[in-house]
Design a protein around this ligand. Sequence first.
Ligand code: SF4
Ligand code: SF4
Length: 63
Amino acid sequence: MATHLITSACTRCDACAAVCPTASISFGATQYVIDQDTCTGCEICVTVCPVDVIVPTPRQQPE
Ligand code: SF4
Ligand code: SF4
């Protein structure tokens, strides 16, 4: 379920990973990333991000 992602403006503060109830946030190659398969869109991470870089994932347009 792709609901939220972290933009490249992530400051790597580490606030979000600990609060995710589904452990969907991890440190990727250069910044924190959200597992698009397990994120439920609860937005708890959105409330703790100090720089507001966690945003809804753009939905794919129906074909
Ligand atoms: S929206 Fe919820 S499930 Fe998805 S990454 Fe944030 S805290 Fe985790
Ligand atoms: S809380 Fe925001 S700035 Fe901090 S690591 Fe998570 S996404 Fe990046």
